[in-house]
Unconditional design. Structure first.
Length: 417
């Protein structure tokens, strides 16, 4: 099927340079074309231009944007969407004054989710995860990374990764999978962390890679979780099995996670609520994408990452949702960009670049996703007419998305407009 979208108020997020990421000052620019049309050819973007030169409609399925704006779909490079149930009891514990670390120490947190997941069938997990997938698709996400990490036994980690594979086969959006066996020490290994790390390296990674279930490997490198040495051991083992690293780093403390990630050529280091000047320096000239998850800082009430400082230092930064039951129970990427603007002083254009091209880059996918570019996958959504780009993060709860196209297929169309 080929689509022709006509009467577009503005196409936003155009990139004609073919760059893989956008850094520093360049992040404040989002190229736009007003009064435009866009055509697809099967799965890909074919051409776009000004309405003065709109092509004939023959052979196309036509979408009339009626002056609405066309954006590249969000790329969400960090989620934990496959989990069982919810954890609002811990939400109440937090209201009553307990910290995330205190809840984890009492056996809540990740281990609580692991217990629930163990008792939940693969079919039921898939059903619950697909509800969340439908939700994020309706909010504009077109490429998502999903982690395991609520299994913590070989069997249950494989269960999650098989659910992710099933999502990948059936959902309209594009999916990447990450093995996060080192999210916490599994209950059976309580007090034997070193042995658990060996289990992750010697049994889990070979089994996961053997079944081709993951693209990436991740470690929660932080105070009270995994050390820098353990992280290095796990990501080196992952690399031997063809898995690139994405690291949970510096959420609870300056953990060394940024440095170990950069040294090992990690695709991204994520969280970064605790960052000093040395960590920013370590990221300079590296291929590792610093990724911020402001939905987590919002939910936990902790310090936000120093986004302004990082961008002003010339770095590229990405944004992701961290959608998970413990620290960020939402995959709303538009709200993530609002938080980036409100709490981290990122301009709307910086937030858009961080949540599209740079977050695609944090999954190694910016060649095909993250901007409106001829030849890239046709992943975009069309909004109602907007007064300006700033209106998107400003009116953060106003329903705005009318039509959604993923991989060149119409996923949602607002026929009333
Ligand atoms: O990214 N920080 C580690 N992992 C998740 C939270 C996991 C949980 O509490 O369930 C995160 O915030
Ligand atoms: Fe996370």
């Amino acid at each position: 099927m080929s689509l022709l979208v006509k009467n577009i108020g503005a196409i936003v997020g155009i990139d004609e340079s073919g760059r893989k990421r956008v850094s520093g000052k360049e992040m404040s620019h989002a190229a736009m074309l007003e009064n435009a049309w866009l055509a697809t050819d099967g799965e890909r973007i074919k051409e776009y231009g000004s309405m003065e030169n709109v092509p004939a409609e023959e052979g196309y399925t036509v979408i009339d944007a009626h002056g609405g704006w066309l954006f590249p779909s969000f790329c969400d490079s960090h989620t934990h969407i496959v989990y069982a149930g919810s954890r609002e009891q811990e939400f109440l514990d937090k209201i009553n004054g307990l910290s995330y670390e205190e809840i984890a120490k009492r056996g809540g947190g990740i281990l609580n989710s692991a217990d629930r997941l163990h008792e939940t069938s693969e079919d039921e997990l898939y059903r619950q995860a697909m509800e969340r997938i439908d939700e994020i698709v309706s909010m504009g996400t077109g490429l998502v990374e999903i982690k395991s990490g609520y299994g913590l036994t070989l069997e249950d980690e494989l269960k999650i990764l098989r659910v992710i594979r099933r999502i990948r086969e059936n959902a309209p959006l594009e999916v990447r999978a990450t093995f996060l066996g080192a999210h916490a020490v599994g209950r059976a290994y309580k007090g034997r962390q070193a042995e658990y790390v060996e289990h992750v390296c010697n049994e889990m990674i070979p089994a996961v890679a053997g079944e081709g279930l993951a693209d990436f490997v991740d470690v929660f490198c932080d105070r009270g979780f995994f050390t820098v040495e353990e992280t290095a051991r796990i990501i080196e083992t992952g690399a031997k099995h063809g898995l690139r690293a994405k690291i949970h780093a510096n959420e609870l403390a300056v953990s060394g996670g940024v440095e170990v990630g950069v040294e090992h050529g990690a695709l991204s280091v994520d969280h970064l609520e605790s960052m000093g000047d040395e960590q920013i320096e370590a990221l300079r000239d590296s291929g590792t994408m610093p990724t911020m998850l402001p939905g987590c800082a919002f939910f936990l009430g902790i310090t936000y990452p120093p986004a302004r400082k990082m961008i002003d230092a010339g770095l590229a930064v990405a944004l992701a949702s961290d959608f998970n039951p413990g620290t960020a129970p939402s995959g709303n990427m538009r709200f993530v960009t609002s938080l980036a603007s409100i709490k981290m002083k990122m301009t709307p254009a910086e937030a858009l670049n961080a949540a599209t091209l740079n977050s695609a880059c944090a999954m190694g996918e910016s060649k095909d996703y993250g901007s409106i570019t001829r030849g890239k996958v046709a992943n975009f959504y069309i909004t109602k007419p907007l007064p300006s780009l700033a209106y998107m993060p400003y009116a953060h709860q106003t329903p705005i998305i009318k039509d959604i196209v993923l991989k060149g297929k119409i996923i949602k169309q607002d026929i009333l407009c």
